[in-house]
Write a protein that binds this ligand. Structure first.
Ligand code: EPZ
Length: 418
């Protein structure tokens, strides 16, 4: 069983190269099901979720070559519309293949992704869109079994709540069809627009008509394309916290300033200084952090995927802070582990009240989901003594070479196979 061992207290120095975004790459990979010709993707993060999606696409009729961070995706003759449970169960984004499978093959059988540590993760909004579009969807033995009934040529669809995945399903299903679809109240996370830009590069007709509205005019086919995945804004935010919590000045390279302004804004309110040293590099100046009161909200607000990482910093920030988790119903699993390291945190429903302590102490802890895992790494970087993190496969799902990147900056961190 692999574990991460961290000796707390080391200062960090130098720079970290930010990888491509997992959450942009996953829907873009699903989109290749719409394209017969060759697609080449650059700046792909080689993390477990991406490799799982590659296996899923290969089971659906794609052949994929991986050359370092470049993927070459071609089509096999044989197509398949059945996305199996064992390929979807560990990666929720598996549901994203249903939209393109229906657009291309008029039928799909996709395993329900199942819940995960942070919540039930329903897909009702994905299915509501597909039924309004004219597909029949049934849930049979843990699978969504869908097929074309009478497809709407014109559809105006209002999302009842902002959902990144459901927005992506609707886009993926609408751009290859002889229909005109207006989507209202869409998620506007940068990852959604990376998917849109990818599809437009392949010939899709997608226009933003207002802040949260898209107009998609289906086309007969999409062409092969070459595309650069956007940098991972959450990875960048994670290493910002690593820099601040260890009171170190590090530089982040390959960042996209626009995507991280919301994170920088909150950290600036917490007393931190930043300097863009180029249009893709950022230097962090970790002054003494001030307590914060924040709520996680859809983009362009403070992202839920940064909630656990910020909490690790606030456990050591003098004064009282408060985090309200407004996106997922159970995204405080890291709290118990932080408390075992000496943090003072009180949970009231979806609010966490954090009182800063002098120091944390190293402990043996357990990762529960991707972001909770990395929050424990951040806490371990400054805790007194040694921290041992179990179940690190969660980390490997979404952070490319995390241990290597931190070690290169001077962290006393290693992976052991005990
Ligand atoms: C995406 O998940 C991300 N995953 C998540 O990142 C991220 O936390 C989330 O968006 C919010 O930004 C990927 O992009 C692969 P949602 P998604 O649909 O699409 C509810 C990470 O750590 N909902 O925006 O699943 C849902 O339960 C992961 O990288 C429904 O009720 O999130 C949640 O409460 C974690 N019905 C809220 O909406 C639905 O049909 C927002 O979920 C769909 C969602």
């Amino acid at each position: 069983m692999k574990k991460i061992i961290i000796k707390g207290g080391a200062k960090l120095h130098g720079s970290i190269n930010i990888s491509g975004s997992k959450n942009a790459c996953l829907p873009i990979l699903a989109a290749t099901l719409l394209i017969e010709e060759k697609v080449t993707l650059h700046n792909v993060p080689l993390v477990r979720d991406i490799l799982t999606m590659v296996s899923l696409l290969e089971s659906l009729g794609k052949s994929i070559k991986i050359k370092k961070n470049i993927l070459e995706i071609k089509s096999q003759k044989k197509k398949n519309f059945f996305a199996k449970y064992d390929l979807v169960k560990t990666m929720r984004a598996g549901i994203l293949v249903i939209g393109p499978l229906l657009a291309k093959l008029n039928k799909a059988k996709v395993s329900l992704p199942g819940g995960c540590a942070i919540g039930a993760r329903p897909v009702d909004i994905h299915l509501d869109f597909l039924s309004k579009k004219g597909y029949q969807n049934k849930i049979i033995n843990g699978y969504v079994v869908s097929k074309k009934k009478k497809l709407r040529k014109q559809l105006s669809y209002l999302f009842k709540k902002i959902s990144v995945g459901a927005t992506e399903t609707a886009i993926l299903n609408s751009c290859l069809s002889n229909s005109e679809v207006r989507l209202k109240n869409i998620a506007i996370e940068p990852e959604v627009f990376d998917l849109i830009n990818f599809l437009i590069s392949a010939g899709a007709n997608i226009k933003s008509t207002s802040k949260r509205t898209l107009l998609i005019k289906g086309v007969n086919n999409l062409q092969g394309t070459e595309y650069n995945i956007m940098p991972d804004r959450i990875e960048a935010g994670t290493y910002m916290i690593a820099s601040i919590i260890t009171k170190s000045k590090i530089i982040l390279n390959n960042i996209f300033p626009d995507h991280i302004k919301n994170i920088i804004k909150v950290l600036k309110n917490g007393g931190i200084k930043f300097k863009f040293i180029s249009d893709s590099s950022l230097k962090i100046f970790p002054n003494k952090p001030k307590p914060l009161k924040i709520k996680t909200v859809p983009y362009p607000g403070f992202p839920t995927d940064m909630q656990a990482q910020l909490m690790s910093l606030l456990t050591l920030t003098k004064g009282s802070s408060e985090i309200t988790e407004d996106i997922f119903e159970n995204r405080f699993l890291h709290v118990l582990e932080l408390q075992r390291m000496g943090a003072t945190i009180e949970i009231q429903n979806n609010k966490a009240k954090i009182t800063g302590v002098e120091s944390l102490s190293g402990a043996e802890v357990m990762a529960t989901d991707l972001r909770a895992s990395v929050c424990l790494v951040l806490a371990g970087l400054v805790a007194k003594g040694e921290t041992v993190i179990n179940r690190i496969y969660h980390l490997e799902r979404g952070y490319e070479n995390l241990v290597g990147k931190l070690k290169k900056c001077g962290a006393k961190i290693k992976i052991i196979d005990a």
